[in-house]
Design a protein around this ligand. Structure first.
Ligand SMILES: *[C@@H]1O[C@H](CO)[C@@H](O)[C@H](O)[C@H]1NC(C)=O
Ligand SMILES: *[C@@H]1O[C@H](CO)[C@@H](O)[C@H](O)[C@H]1NC(C)=O
Ligand SMILES: *[C@@H]1O[C@H](CO)[C@@H](O)[C@H](O)[C@H]1NC(C)=O
Ligand SMILES: *[C@@H]1O[C@H](CO)[C@@H](O)[C@H](O)[C@H]1NC(C)=O
Ligand SMILES: *[C@@H]1O[C@H](CO)[C@@H](O)[C@H](O)[C@H]1NC(C)=O
Length: 558
């Protein structure tokens, strides 16, 4: 404990009175019993993870500033964690539920997450981050509504539907994990599910003729982008991951792994049934599942002729990039801004750091691994955040194993180690994702929204900044990177914590394609980060260490 850098770290700890909770704001309490059940998402019985008997899991329907309390009972036979994908957890990576921030909840025990949702009016979802549990379900929708004083830029729909779509494997998560642990790949998914169902079981939504409905569609899948389209109907895009968009009308939308889009659909066609089509993108074999939009009072089945998907690769990629470019943030919409520290004039802020992220794969020692700039992340037994907080990070990981500009050979050689980047507090950073491979990538950042300023084919160079959208790019949390293409995002590192940047592809993520940003307040001020919550699970080498003592209170001008 006598480390020279321990003193500033001690200052991170705050008195219990300075917890995260804003006492005047309402609380929503959830008790979740997480179990295995036998269900048939693809028509074949298999082991699925349910929450309170449900798959998808219970809906977290909340309003900005609500305090969310989720008491999770892990009745599985393996350790478990959930993350709240896209919920920013300001100053509070303690609740982020990744293996870099939290000790997993042991089987047969319960643990309570507590966090406050802020002004991120939009559509999100949660999922289990441990093992390959996501392949067994355990996911569910999160909606954050606007408080009444903040209007949203469209009329209230007649009803809202959460639609969690994604590819699916009918082999259980245990078998899939064995594949990856033994060096094999997951292979192709077996199908697509909509809200955990497919075939005749797929969802049917009843619409009243003439009314308008909001569909909140998230791609919770493991490997593939999907395209979503509805027979005979267009979709008016209104929200992406907490940003209200310019309300363009689309025949179909590509939704990549980990992304959420809200669209308005008006029942303005001849009353009958219409297919709601979800199909995989850029795959040799296209997997398709259809739900049904049913006009109340009608009894004419949907036509069996499905609307065509946009072209596959390579033309389809140009189409999809064009669609990305059409996504714009509605700057006049008066809803709350997703970035509380106010970087929405982001085009005028000088970039303080550029980090280029290049994904790679290797079969070193006959085992498939995936990496970021040559480092394939592995989760140490002691979560990174806890190691840092207790002042023992030197026993657990090294900062900055990767370079901001990866060396040319970073793709040829892969090192397996915890991958932690020291992110300087309040730096305005640019991250370039360069994909040198033939498959599409999707990247998600915890703790932040970022401006998705550009996606282009080829390699990035500084001159490409001239092509950035510096006016009305969408502020979001997940971005796709097409094969042999790059994508650029910008964000202000104004949220202290340990934040996961991950490939949303389950196998790539599990096999190391992720890293963490450590963002520490230089003054270790309680204004910038909450203290270790009471009752936080401890494990690894911090298990029996004394919790560092509280620091002096923050200055009066806090
Ligand atoms: C979801 O939450 C919003 C905001 O609190 C509320 O207006 C709406 O009625 C809720 N929906 C349901 C079905 O409970
Ligand atoms: C476990 O659940 C009980 C209620 O059944 C609750 O009182 C307790 O605080 C929970 N423990 C944790 C660590 O969340
Ligand atoms: C943006 O939001 C404003 C305010 O709600 C709305 O009136 C306008 O139609 C929206 N603009 C576009 C292009 O969607
Ligand atoms: C940004 O950088 C330019 C060129 O170095 C400089 O002139 C300008 O003052 C900087 N702007 C801000 C807001 O720091
Ligand atoms: C992280 O970066 C900051 C700012 O450059 C520096 O002061 C700090 O010492 C670094 N921390 C570590 C653990 O390397």
């Amino acid at each position: 404990m006598g480390k020279p850098y321990l003193l500033p770290l001690i200052a991170l700890i705050i008195s219990p009175l300075c917890g995260f909770v804003q006492s005047g704001d309402p609380y929503l309490f959830f008790t979740w019993n997480v179990n295995y059940a036998t269900l048939s998402p693809m028509g074949v019985p298999q082991q699925v993870i349910t929450i309170n008997g449900q798959f998808p899991g219970p809906w977290i329907n909340c309003t900005s500033n609500n305090n969310i309390v989720v008491n999770v009972f892990n009745n599985l036979d393996e350790p478990l964690l959930f993350t709240w994908n896209g919920i920013q957890q300001r100053k509070n990576s303690w609740q982020d539920g990744t293996l870099g921030t939290n000790c997993p909840i042991p089987p047969g025990t319960n643990y309570t997450y507590q966090f406050q949702v802020k002004d991120q009016i939009g559509s999100y979802y949660y999922f289990p981050t441990t093992a390959l549990h996501r392949a067994a379900g355990g996911y569910g929708p999160i909606n954050v509504h606007s408080r009444n004083l903040i209007p949203i830029p469209f009329n209230s729909p007649e009803a809202e539907f959460n639609v969690l779509v994604g590819d699916w494997y009918s082999k259980g998560h245990v078998t899939l994990k064995k594949f990856l642990d033994s060096g094999r790949s997951l292979g192709r998914p077996d199908g697509v599910v909509i809200n955990g169902k497919s075939g005749n079981e797929a969802p049917k939504w009843n619409l009243i003729p003439g009314k308008t409905y909001r569909y909140r569609i998230c791609n919770v899948g493991m490997k593939n982008s999907v395209n979503v389209r509805i027979q005979g109907h267009t979709m008016k895009l209104v929200e992406i991951e907490g940003s209200h968009t310019v309300q363009n009308v689309y025949d179909s939308l590509d939704i990549h792994l980990g992304q959420c889009n809200s669209v308005l659909v008006t029942a303005d066609q001849t009353p009958k049934d219409y297919a709601f089509v979800v199909s995989t993108r850029f795959t040799k074999t296209v997997l398709t599942t259809t739900g049904t939009i049913h006009y109340e009072g009608s009894n004419i089945p949907a036509s069996t002729e499905l609307p065509a998907a946009p072209g596959n690769a390579p033309e389809g990629i140009a189409w999809s990039i064009n669609q990305f470019r059409s996504l714009r943030w509605n700057l006049t919409a008066s809803a709350a801004r997703p970035n509380p520290q106010g970087s929405y004039h982001y085009g005028k802020i000088n970039i303080t750091r550029t980090i280029k992220i290049v994904n790679s794969a290797s079969r070193g020692e006959d085992k498939l691994r995936y990496a970021v700039n040559g480092v394939s992340h592995t989760d140490p037994e002691t979560p990174l955040k806890l190691a840092e907080y207790f002042g023992v990070s030197d026993k657990v990981f090294k900062y900055d194993l990767i370079k901001d500009e990866p060396s040319a050979d970073a793709e040829d050689h892969i090192t397996i180690a915890p991958n932690v980047v020291n992110g300087t507090f309040r730096n305005f950073i640019e991250i370039i994702f360069e994909n040198h491979e033939k498959s599409i990538q999707s990247w998600h950042l915890d703790g932040y929204s970022f401006f998705a300023v550009a996606i282009e084919p080829g390699r990035w160079a500084p001159a490409k900044r001239a092509n950035y959208n510096l006016i009305d790019a969408i502020s979001r949390h997940t971005i796709q990177v097409y094969p042999n293409s790059w994508a650029a995002i910008m964000t202000t590192l104004d949220n202290c914590g340990m934040w996961n940047l991950r490939s949303v592809s389950l196998e790539r993520n599990y096999l190391g394609q992720q890293l963490y940003f450590s963002v520490v307040s230089p003054e270790h001020s309680l204004r910038d980060e909450y203290l270790l919550p009471e009752g936080q699970l401890l494990c690894g080498i911090v298990k029996d260490l004394p919790v560092p003592a509280p620091p002096p209170p923050p200055p009066a001008d806090a």
